[in-house]
Design a protein around this ligand. Structure first.
Ligand code: SF4
Length: 345
């Protein structure tokens, strides 16, 4: 069976070529053709001998995603709804910042983590995405940006799915986009967000690239977190923070703690005090996130959000409020996909 060329990291490709008796550097030539020159037909890689091109044609194909819809927000955030070859739908968001263009990538079709405030968690996981299906999300958008003289400069792995529930494919994806012969996105410009799969945090601390880790915390007590995030029943806050302290000790990379403010649920000053106690001593910063309403919960009013923010500042915690983007096009993960599925049914 033919393989999608975008599924392969340069090392994986080199290994495959070596098994065929071809030198390792062929992988670099193919990577340069695919990612630098954006060639999409093996016959066009003219610096390779014809027999080798024919062999590539026999063994590989160029995968693609079909764009079902692109919604553009007032603030220029774009949401792409893609159809995969098996018919499943996924979403990818492109955000324009003053420091560049960032793409929020989806890692699974659906998600098994079932966080109650999340649109993606409302639909069970159907399958994991391959590395190539993640690469193609960034690449398709990068192709569009290139035409305007821009490029994807940052990738956040925060779309639909739990990245650590698809660990191997996600780490292969990171290797491909970080590769200097690939999309060349600096490791410090790549952020992976997990809801807290503790054993994978330990494993990720060994990952050789300097990628940023973010944790979707959202609740600072076990009682509340277990009520809204099933993962906490498996790995509670004590286990999670033990892993985060270990991760920091090992990597010396500051961790981002994400905290969505939900009106009347986790936004009181008692919640803020619990959060301060929890993160004290960990080198991290808190990212307060305004909630994109999906029905069941309400977003915190700005006056309360300010009080919460000020409380953290007063207690010496590094905190930022995430700039809201794409609110008018339902940019929170999973919302467009669900809308599209409901409309089709
Ligand atoms: S918040 Fe993340 S981990 Fe939780 S259900 Fe949504 S996509 Fe899955």
């Amino acid at each position: 069976m033919k393989a999608n060329i975008y599924d392969y990291s340069r090392d994986a490709l080199a290994e495959y070529f070596l098994s065929l008796g071809s030198p390792k550097f062929r992988a670099t030539q193919v990577f340069e053709a695919v990612y630098r020159h954006r060639i999409i037909a093996f016959g066009d890689i003219t610096n390779l001998k014809k027999e080798f091109r024919d062999k590539l044609k026999e063994d590989f194909y160029f995968g693609s995603l079909s764009v079902v819809k692109v919604l553009v927000s007032e603030d220029k955030t774009q949401k792409y709804l893609y159809r995969l070859t098996d018919g499943n739908l996924i979403e990818t968001v492109l955000m324009k910042h003053d420091y560049g263009y960032s793409v929020c990538v989806t890692t699974q079709v659906g998600c098994n983590m079932g966080c109650l405030f999340c649109a993606s968690g409302q639909i069970k996981k159907i399958r994991d995405l391959t590395p190539g299906e993640m690469v193609m999300q960034a690449l398709t958008i990068d192709d569009v940006l290139r035409k305007e003289g821009n490029r994807v400069s940052h990738v956040v792995i925060m779309g639909i799915g739990e990245p650590f529930d698809n660990y191997h494919n996600v780490t292969e994806f990171i290797k491909i986009i970080n590769d200097v012969k690939g999309l060349e996105i600096g490791a410090r410009h790549i952020t992976l967000s997990t809801c807290g799969i503790v054993p994978k945090i330990y494993e990720f601390s060994q990952f050789p690239l300097q990628v940023n880790l973010a944790v979707s915390l959202h609740f600072a007590s076990d009682d509340k977190r277990s009520r809204y995030m099933r993962i906490n029943k498996v790995y509670n806050l004590e286990a999670l923070f033990e892993a985060l302290h270990y991760y920091y000790k090992k990597t010396k990379r500051r961790i981002t703690i994400e905290y969505i403010l939900l009106s009347g649920i986790n936004d009181s000053l008692q919640d803020a005090a619990a959060l301060v106690r929890l993160v004290r001593g960990l080198n991290c910063y808190i990212n307060l996130i305004p909630y994109n309403e999906t029905g069941m919960f309400k977003r915190t009013k700005s006056t309360q959000a300010r009080l919460f923010f000020d409380y953290l500042i007063k207690n010496g915690i590094n905190v930022v409020t995430r700039k809201e983007q794409g609110h008018d096009i339902a940019a929170a993960c999973g919302q467009l996909r669900i809308k599209e599925m409901i409309c089709k049914d």
